[in-house]
Design a protein around this ligand. Structure first.
Ligand SMILES: Nc1ncnc2c1ncn2[C@@H]1O[C@H](COP(=O)(O)OP(=O)(O)OP(=O)(O)O)[C@@H](O)[C@H]1O
Ligand SMILES: [Mg+2]
Length: 259
C-alpha cells in the first residue's frame, strides 16, 4: 500500500472486500495550548476474517486508532472505511447505527453495567436496538453458553471474577453479530490462564463466524496468537511481523522501545 500518496490526490476506492481501510489517518488532540499528535498518517488495510494484533509503546496511539475505527472519536484528517463504507464524514445517526450493528467492542476494564446481571449485560446492545426480550434472552443464553458461563447468568458483575467478566463482555460484543471486533487490551487485566481462555474464545468465533478482529495488546504471547502484528510508534506504523512467533514479536517490540 502506498504510504506517500500526496494528500491532494483523489481518495482511492478501497477494495470492497477489506474489513478496514485507513488512508493517511491523523489525529491531533488540542489540550490547552498544547497539541498532541496522537496519529501522524496511518495507512492500513485489514482483510475480512483477519485477526490482527496491534502493539506499541505506551502513548503510541493504539487506543486512539481503535476509537476512530470504532467511530467513537473523529479523526483530524484522512479517511476510514469499515466494511466498504466510508465512515469519515458520516452523520451521527449513521455512526450510531454502525457502532450498534457492525462493530463490537471489548475493553480492558470490561465496561459492564454493575446493576445488570451477566445475561442482561449481554442483552443490552440489542435491547437498545429495540428487539423483543424473549428472543434476545435465548440468544444471550446461547452466547453465555459459548463463553462457558451458563451457570453464571444471574450473577452481577461484582459477583464474577475478572476473567468471567471479560467473557461476559466477549458475549456482549457478539450479540449483534458484528463483522468487526475491536478489542483494546482485552487480556490486560487477566492472569495468563484467563487471558488464554479469552483468546481461545476470540480465535474460535473468528474461525467459525469469520469475524475480523483487531486487538491491542502489550503481551507478545497474546499477540502471537494473531495472524499478524502491527507495531505503532509515535503515531505511525513502525512495522509488521507475522503472528505465531512470540520471540520474534518481542524482539521487534524491544527494538522499538530502544530507538
Ligand atoms: N483525550 C485526549 N486529549 C489529549 N491527549 C490525548 C487524549 N487521548 C490520548 N491523548 C494522547 O495521545 C497519545 C496517544 O494516546 P493513546 O491512548 O492512543 O496511546 P496508547 O498507545 O493507547 O497508550 P497505552 O499503551 O498507554 O494505552 C498520548 O500522547 C496521549 O497522551
Ligand atoms: Mg491505550
Amino acid at each position: 500500500m502506498p504510504t506517500d500518496a500526496p494528500s491532494s490526490a483523489p481518495t482511492p476506492s478501497p477494495t470492497a472486500n477489506a474489513a478496514v481501510v485507513v488512508k493517511d489517518l491523523t489525529k491531533t488532540y488540542q489540550s490547552g495550548p498544547n497539541a498532541v499528535e496522537a496519529l501522524r498518517g496511518i495507512d492500513l488495510t485489514i482483510e475480512r476474517g483477519e485477526f490482527v494484533a496491534v502493539m506499541g509503546p505506551s502513548g503510541s496511539g493504539k487506543s486512539t486508532l481503535m476509537h476512530i475505527l470504532g467511530a467513537l472519536e473523529n479523526a483530524t484528517g484522512g479517511t476510514v472505511w469499515i466494511g466498504g463504507e466510508r465512515i469519515t464524514g458520516l452523520d451521527d445517526k449513521r455512526l450510531t447505527l454502525l457502532r450498534r450493528d457492525a462493530i463490537g467492542f471489548i475493553f480492558q476494564f470490561f465496561n459492564l453495567l454493575p446493576t445488570l446481571t451477566a445475561e442482561e449485560n449481554v442483552m443490552l446492545p440489542s435491547m437498545i436496538a429495540g428487539e423483543g426480550a424473549g428472543k434476545l434472552r435465548d440468544h444471550a443464553r446461547e452466547l453465555l453458553d459459548l463463553v462457558g458461563l451458563s451457570e453464571r447468568r444471574e450473577h452481577l458483575p461484582s459477583q464474577l471474577s475478572g476473567g468471567e467478566q471479560q467473557r461476559v463482555s466477549v458475549a456482549r460484543s457478539l450479540m449483534r453479530n458484528p463483522d468487526l471486533l475491536l478489542a483494546d487490551e482485552p487480556t490486560g487485566n487477566l492472569d495468563s490462564k484467563n487471558a488464554a481462555a479469552v483468546l481461545d474464545m476470540l480465535r474460535d468465533v473468528q474461525a467459525k463466524a469469520g469475524h475480523t478482529i483487531l486487538m491491542v495488546t502489550h503481551d507478545a504471547t497474546v499477540a502471537s496468537r494473531a495472524s499478524r502484528v502491527i507495531f505503532l510508534r509515535d503515531g505511525r506504523i513502525a512495522g509488521e511481523v507475522p503472528g505465531g512467533d512470540a520471540s520474534r514479536i518481542l524482539e521487534f517490540f524491544g527494538s522499538l522501545e530502544q530507538d
